[in-house]
Design a protein around this ligand. Structure first.
Ligand code: PMP
Length: 472
């Protein structure tokens, strides 16, 4: 699979440009003459055509090749990330651990500094200027977040610590209110532990049962099996958008459609999709969607739970405290409407501002451009890696985001991780908090490289060279 003749960064740069041209030509028959000329001039174009035909770059349905022009190289944005100029073990840092967390651009770091130097205050309740400034900054971040995922209103966005807290909130508020012992919750075999354990806890409390959609050999959800699992006992579906262990992009729109036909609510875990391609909650039509800010260039400790208006309305509060109340007596409490109803206590005000700055920053680059560039990185890395003897790529679904997991015969994943680290290359090794899906493939541990738009083809060459040398 993914065979290619490409070898160096320079070649790849030229090829990327030609491929961009080719993709446009491919879609636009009127450019045929231009395409033929290019083809005569570059013998590797046949390989690329075959590559593209066999394994279309794993981009989202929203991405059209029309948006992919010669501006494919986004590595010029590297200069915005101070940490990318750090040395590790005497080498330039190569950060391929983006699935665990992403690095932060100056725009985010500056937004935090600006907030603490000019706006810091608790929000909503103060009568003074800084309280108003901080409240405005916090609410602006909510509006930016809503617009980033195409939510109808900022009121659809609840700030949480991250995807884990968002899922726990929904699992507890929905599960403990509406589930009974004969009910069922459906998740998939791909889930991160954060989308398994909260539901198991709810099942323990309510007696409800967890049902699991199987995946095929490529690591894609089998929709026909989902259709067999769903029935009148099903009360909730909670599904990942992108598998953190395999990179599979799941058919969430279809899953939502099927579940809604039964009147069942769906949560989408967008922790691993949010930074890789446009995520549109209105298009997906999920009832809930969660993501963590730190996976999309924002600080840790901040994330978002999106909920449709009616879905948030039927949930009771998750935690009690300040901010979420309209009125309290010792006899009863009247709650605020969402989102305040779910934001008890002092929130992570500064980091929400950081989240807003991060979403503005990536919007400036364009999520479509990021999707296109990263899919090129993934395709390149996968094609090079698969040529190394003894490498097994885990997760070969047609639709994949920037995750490349693998094993290498004769080496433990720990040994591979250490060899890469000695060369300044950060990857993650282990079970990636997704033990069930690794065990589905007979594994306890894999090496995982995850790419971001600030990574380059040159960095992939360095990574491939370390793995190749291990085999010698
Ligand atoms: N879901 C998926 C798919 C993830 O990859 C992660 C983080 N690895 C989470 C949920 C949990 O995210 P967080 O730890 O930021 O809450």
């Amino acid at each position: 699979m993914w065979a290619t003749t490409m070898s160096t960064y320079e070649q790849k740069e030229i090829e990327s440009k030609i491929l961009g041209y080719y993709l446009d030509a491919y879609d636009d028959y009127s450019k045929q003459a231009v395409f033929d000329t290019a083809k005569d001039g570059f013998s590797f174009l046949d390989d690329i055509r075959q590559l593209y035909d066999e394994q279309k770059p794993p981009i989202t349905p929203q991405t059209s090749s029309k948006q992919f022009q010669s501006e494919i190289d986004l590595s010029r944005y590297r200069k915005d990330f101070p940490i990318l100029f750090t040395k590790v073990n005497g080498k330039n840092l190569i950060w391929f651990d983006n699935g665990a967390t992403t690095q932060k651009p100056k725009a985010v770091i500056d937004a935090l500094t600006y907030f603490y130097e000019n706006e810091n205050s608790n929000i909503h309740r103060g009568a003074h200027t800084l309280a108003a400034r901080a409240t405005d900054a916090y609410e602006e971040a909510r509006a930016i977040t809503a617009s980033f995922i195409n939510a109808p209103s900022p009121d659809n966005i609840v700030f949480v610590r991250g995807a884990t807290e968002g899922i726990n909130l929904v699992a507890n508020a929905f599960g403990c209110t509406y589930l009974k012992s004969e009910d069922e919750i459906i998740i998939s075999h791909l889930e991160h532990h954060a989308n398994i354990v909260p539901w198991q806890l709810v099942c323990e409390k309510t007696g409800a049962k967890l049902r699991v959609i199987p995946v095929d050999e490529s690591g894609q959800i089998i929709l026909s099996e989902f259709q067999k699992l769903i029935n009148h006992r099903t009360k909730f579906v909670s599904i990942t958008h992108v598998s953190n262990a395999l990179g599979t992009i799941t058919p969430v729109k279809e899953i939502v459609q099927i579940a809604h036909a039964y009147g069942i609510k769906v949560l989408v875990d967008a922790a691993q999709s949010i930074s890789h391609f446009p995520v549109d909650v209105t298009d997906i039509d999920a009832d809930f969607l969660v993501f963590s800010g730190h996976k999309i260039y924002a600080p840790t400790g901040i994330g978002a739970l999106y909920g449709k208006e009616d879905a948030l309305k039927i949930l009771p509060p998750y935690q009690g405290g300040g901010n979420m109340i309209a009125d309290v007596t010792f006899e009863r409490t009247i709650y605020q409407n969402a989102p305040a109803k779910f934001e008890a206590g002092t929130g992570n005000i500064a980091d929400s501002v950081g989240l807003g700055a991060a979403l503005k920053y990536v919007s400036g680059i364009g999520m479509e451009n990021i999707a296109r560039y990263e899919s090129e990185l993934l395709l390149y890395a996968a094609s090079k890696l698969s040529q190394i003897d003894g490498v097994k790529i885990i997760g070969t679904a047609l639709n994949k985001a920037s995750v490349l997991s693998f094993t290498l015969d004769g080496f433990t994943t720990d040994e591979i991780g250490k060899a890469l680290n000695a060369n300044g290359i950060a990857v993650r090794t282990g079970h990636h908090c997704a033990q069930p899906i690794l065990r589905r493939f007979g594994l306890e541990s894999v090496v995982r490289a995850t790419f971001a738009f600030y990574n380059t083809f040159y960095e992939i060459d360095e990574f491939i060279s370390v793995i190749s040398n291990l085999k010698r």
